[in-house]
Design a protein around this ligand. Structure first.
Ligand code: GDP
Ligand code: MG
Length: 612
């Protein structure tokens, strides 16, 4: 008996857990897997009275007409000692030691959903009763089946009630307490009709005959109670509840039970069945059946719990686990995610992921194309060379070679390289920025943390700006270096070339009269152009080196260094602000974690009972 009670108690706890989780049923739910007992019968057949006498307390609204208008899920919890009390799921932590108040709360809670009208609702009321005087059971009181709608009720009510009752009793785990009043023909009993429909074999149907005391004198229900009228797998149980007169006189439960027992003991018709009649016997019979039903279900319940736990775990993994609350754990989480981002970013650069090749594209296409487009033809045109040379010479034409003119022409030409150099820096900067954006999007771990996402993006972009500034300075310096000191060898070679000029008679160190002649100037122009071409080839190679050195290599090496240093010095409060998740995600995770905990708790309890 003790084991059985703990088993049913365990099931009650699991059911409560499911109820708390909002798991009211539906395919595959835990609720579905557990047996419960539903009371089914016509209006005023005595359903609520039977439930009450099983519980041994007065707490259900009773009376004529349609009183029960919402399903009542009633869980009985046997306590070792102490006073008894009730608790509603809709008012948790509020204890009702007074059962008259329970009855009132059921009526009020019914009205809360259905209004004062005679509407019915399929939203159940959950009630738990804790008492040393009950057997652990889960019972469901249902609205009575009716044959006609009365005033104020919609025509559909007959069907509606039947559908609702059916939705409870058709579940294979529902044990049906089919209540038939003895003063009506069992053959026309609504309860038996419905029970036969949903449980043709009768293995989960218990026939209960009420109102035996109201039978016409000289008649009895022995044919029914002894299973001759309608055979069920389980024995029929006869009951004598309190009459309306008893209720009006406030006859209490204990007195009623005693009276019931006396009735059977002294009955000439049922005396021989006395030990198998009455509400107490019914309660014991039910408990026993429930025990074996649960015993048989334990493996599948455990399997269902395990399956649900696996699903919840997988879901949690998908959503990301909750983060620790202390600063250390938060810092660790942040750094882990930075590293994950950094890894992906590097993969983009190194070629594991696409995008890094676009940097090479800058050096291989954009830079050469930009260099090619530089307007040297115009700058070194005959007209401009003459202008620059003569301006540089001033009032006195140059004697041997136009040193100043060369310098000016070269200097001004080299200035043109700044544009493509800076453009390369910018182009690579934008590629890197795009790769940061992409990498953030591809870092799964970061998805849950929009704030951290934008923090990392901001830090990475800030670093990229710094690298860009440095890179820009470096490439401009490369160009300036070319201006600062010209390649002497180039000009040395030039001066050894014989001047195949138009004036073969003149010696090189004699000022010639055609100092500004076309041929001479063209020669100067082509010399400068050759020199600039040489520098161009050099820069085509050195600009990429500078850009990679200052931007790409630095991005790979120290993109988040500055950020790491900053984060390391932050307070716990700032850290949690960075890990500020999307609230709906947080809620979802919490809900799942809570469910998981309850399911694990339920599994732990089943394991602790030791059933396999
Ligand atoms: P429900 O509508 O099926 O829940 O039926 P109730 O439990 O509310 O009972 C309806 C009426 O029948 C009440 O007035 C009860 O007092 C009365 N009643 C129920 N069972 C018995 C019984 O076994 N004997 C007598 N005399 N009256 C009963
Ligand atoms: Mg009722």
């Amino acid at each position: 008996m003790a084991t059985m009670e703990s088993l049913i108690g365990l099931v009650n706890r699991i059911q409560r857990a499911c109820t708390v989780l909002g798991d009211h049923g539906g395919e595959g739910s835990l609720w579905e897997a557990l047996p419960s007992v539903a009371v089914v019968g016509g209006q005023s057949s005595g359903k609520s009275s039977v439930l009450e006498s099983i519980v041994g307390r007065d707490f259900l609204p009773r009376g004529s007409g349609i009183v029960t208008r919402r399903p009542l899920v009633l869980q009985l919890h046997k306590t070792e000692s102490g006073s008894e009390y009730a608790e509603f799921l809709h008012a948790p932590r509020r204890k009702y030691p007074d059962f008259a108040a329970v009855r009132k709360e059921i009526a009020d809670e019914t009205d809360r959903i259905t209004g004062k009208s005679k509407q019915i609702s399929n939203v159940p009321i959950h009630l738990s009763i804790y008492s040393p005087h009950v057997v652990n059971l889960t019972l469901i009181d249902l609205p009575g089946l009716t044959k006609v709608a009365v005033e104020g009720q919609p025509e559909s009510i007959v069907r509606d009630i039947e559908e609702m009752v059916r939705s409870y009793v058709e579940k294979p785990n529902c044990i049906i307490l089919a209540i038939s009043p003895a003063n009506q023909d069992i053959a026309t009993s609504d309860a038996i009709k419905l029970a036969r429909e949903v449980d043709p074999s009768g293995e989960r149907t218990f026939g209960v005959v009420t109102k035996l005391d109201l039978m016409d004198k000289g008649t009895n229900a022995l044919d029914v109670l002894e299973g001759r009228s309608y055979r069920l797998q389980h024995p029929w149980v006869g009951i004598v509840n309190r009459s309306q007169a008893d209720i009006n006189k406030n006859v209490d439960m204990i007195a009623a039970r005693r009276k019931e027992q006396e009735y059977f003991a002294n009955s000439p018709d049922y005396g021989h069945l006395a030990h198998k009649m009455g509400s107490e016997y019914l309660a014991k019979l039910l408990s026993k059946h429930l025990e074996s039903a649960i015993r048989a279900r334990i493996p599948s319940i455990v399997a269902l719990i395990n399956k649900t736990i696996d699903e919840l775990e997988a879901e949690l993994d998908r959503l990301g686990r909750p983060i620790g609350v202390d600063g250390g754990a938060q810092l660790y989480t942040i750094l882990e995610m930075c590293r994950a981002f950094d890894r992906i970013f590097k993969e983009h650069l190194d070629g594991g992921r696409p995008g890094g090749d676009r940097i090479y594209g800058v050096f291989d296409n954009q830079l050469p194309a930009a260099l090619k487009k530089l307007p040297f033809d115009r700058h070194l045109s005959l007209h401009n060379v003459r202008k620059v040379i003569s301006e540089a010479d001033g009032y006195q034409p140059h004697l041997i070679a136009p040193e100043q003119g060369y310098r000016r022409l070269i200097d001004s030409s080299l200035g043109y390289f700044k544009g493509p150099a800076e453009a390369s820096v910018d182009a690579v900067h934008f590629v890197l920025k795009e790769l940061v954006r992409k990498s953030i999007g591809e870092t799964e771990e970061l998805k849950r943390f929009p704030t951290l996402q934008s923090d990392i993006a901001a830090a990475a972009n800030e670093a990229l700006e710094r690298f860009r500034d440095d890179s820009r300075k470096t490439v401009l310096r490369l160009v300036e270096m070319e201006s600062a000191y010209l390649t002497v060898d180039f000009f040395r070679k030039l001066s050894h070339e014989p001047d195949k000029g138009s004036n073969p008679g003149s010696t090189p160190n004699t000022p010639a009269p055609d100092r500004y002649g076309d041929h001479h100037l063209r020669k100067i122009g082509s010399n400068v152009s050759a020199y600039v071409g040489m520098v161009c080839d050099t820069l085509k190679n050195t600009i990429p080196k500078a850009v990679v050195h200052c931007q790409v290599r630095e991005a790979k090496r120290s993109l988040l260094n500055y950020f790491y240093a900053q984060v390391g010095g932050r307070e716990k409060k700032q850290l949690s602000a960075m890990l500020d998740e999307d609230p709906s995600l947080m809620e979802k995770r919490n809900a799942i974690a809570k469910r998981l905990e309850l399911y694990k708790h339920a599994r732990g309890e089943i394991d602790s009972v030791g059933w396999k």
